[in-house]
Design a protein around this ligand. Structure first.
Ligand code: URA
Ligand code: CA
Length: 444
């Protein structure tokens, strides 16, 4: 096989066979195919697309490029959840213990934050003592015993994606649906869950601004999941604003605890119930999604979700008392009120700008090696649909820096600019836009 011929074939719109795709991925990871040839292939894929079968074959080849995790030793159907990118997306912190409280095992492998997006591992590490540094065997032990564990990626999972993603990032080929779908799904399949619930974000703050494109990505990923023998559902959700109020590591742990107490922001609770309802359904713990949502609502109100969070924290060496005493979490020393400079209705809160604002405050990483401050961040005190007057507090900054420092002033400006306000009245946006399962697309 000559790589040149395979690039030509794709450039001309023909279909690559499984053997050809396996050859390309295997040899690229081994260093036998140079970046310039892979870049040309990616660009051909960007313009020509991939068939359903090619997308599945690419995903499986990527999955097999490194280690894969087996969760077979944990009894029951293991369901994982993935979001296509969030700012202040606190759902995993709520869902992992809540779904486990319903008796469905959750083995959650998570990552760290980079740029404007946060990472679940960083958030959990805001809990004093909490360790995410478990081996695969320790994770399996923890899930078998407690029903849930949240750990960092161990082993060499999907090296093909690390290499390909870095290449796409510098060659304008990130936003190709089959390349996004295979990138996400190869990592999810490698981490071993039997079934998968995807949260596909759409809107201004998402990767895919357009609803039709988000649905198309969802369809691609569901087809891959089903093709790989893992039941997969994708829920399409609005990202015209960040979810909940809190953005920042310790602040989001606090928000998750409040949500598990039944005192959280309504949009965050709603999304947790919908995603969790699908998770329970895929785990065959309930007969339909609505019953799953009802089950989870009860587990919030009778305190079982919060109790499970405490068990999870203690099993991972953290101070479980945080669930009852929020003052045990790291707190920033200064708070700055962000005041509206216009009056009207909030139409959008640009998630990316808010995320960059939080990063500038030190809640996120500018580069992989940046040191983050777990205590800092911001809360959105007004959300889309709310009416505001000039001078109203729309957000609060939590910082350990001087409130007049450039850092804080820059963040202030970013947050203020993230709010799109005008005189026209607007309804609260619908959070859940629809879902895609093996039967097809359902929009609301
Ligand atoms: N997230 C991923 O993991 N991969 C992509 O290609 C895009 C988003
Ligand atoms: Ca949040």
């Amino acid at each position: 096989m000559r790589v040149y011929d395979l690039i030509l074939k794709k450039r001309n719109g023909l279909t690559l066979s499984k053997e050809e795709i396996d050859y390309l991925i295997t040899n690229y990871v081994m260093g036998n195919i140079p970046d310039y040839q892979m870049a040309a292939l990616n660009m051909a894929i960007y313009f020509r697309g991939l068939t359903k079968e090619e997308t599945l074959n690419l995903t499986l080849a990527m999955m097999d490029s490194g280690d894969t995790v087996s969760l077979k030793d944990i009894p029951g159907i293991k369901v994982d959840k993935h979001s296509t990118g969030g700012v202040g997306d606190t759902t995993t912190l709520v869902l992992a213990p809540l779904v486990a409280a319903a008796g469905v095992p959750v083995a959650k492998m998570s990552g760290r934050g980079l740029g404007h997006t946060g990472g679940t591992l960083d958030k959990f590490e805001a809990i004093p003592g909490f360790s995410t540094d478990l081996t695969i065997n320790e994770m399996i032990q923890a899930v078998t015993h407690t029903g849930v564990a949240v750990v960092g990626q161990t082993g060499n999972l999907v090296p093909a994606d690390k290499k390909l993603y870095a290449l796409r990032d510098v060659t304008a080929t990130v936003d190709s649906l089959p390349l996004i779908a295979s990138s996400i799904m190869s990592k999810k399949l490698a981490s071993g869950a039997d079934a998968l619930v995807l949260d596909v974000k759409t809107g201004d703050g998402a990767f895919l601004k357009d609803l039709d494109e988000a649905i198309e990505l969802a369809k691609n990923m569901v087809e891959i999941g089903q093709g790989a023998g893992r039941e997969t559902v994708a829920v399409i959700t609005d990202m015209d604003q960040p979810l909940g109020k809190a953005i920042g590591n310790s602040l989001e742990i606090e928000e998750a605890i409040l949500t598990l107490r039944g005192e959280g922001p309504s949009d965050l609770e709603e999304l947790c119930l919908v995603l969790g309802g699908h998770m329970l359904y895929l785990a065959k713990a309930v007969d339909n999604v609505e019953e799953g949502m009802e089950t989870l609502r009860k587990l919030i109100h009778n305190g079982s979700g919060l109790k499970k969070l405490k068990e999870l924290i203690e099993a991972q060496k953290g101070n479980g008392n945080v669930v009852d005493d929020l003052t045990l979490l790291p707190k920033a020393t200064n708070r700055v009120s962000v005041k509206s400079t216009t009056s009207g209705y909030i139409h959008k809160i640009k998630a990316e700008s808010v995320g960059i604002g939080a990063m500038k405050l030190g809640a996120g990483r500018e580069t992989k090696d940046s040191i983050i401050d777990l205590s800092v961040g911001l809360t959105l005190e007004k959300k889309v649909g709310d009416q505001v007057e000039i001078g109203d507090e729309i957000a609060i900054i939590y910082t350990n820096d001087d409130v007049n420092s450039n850092k804080v002033q820059d963040a202030y400006k970013m947050i203020l600019e993230a709010y799109i306000i005008n005189g026209e009245r607007i309804e609260r946006p619908k959070l859940i836009k629809g879902f895609v399962d093996k039967q097809g697309v359902n929009t609301y």
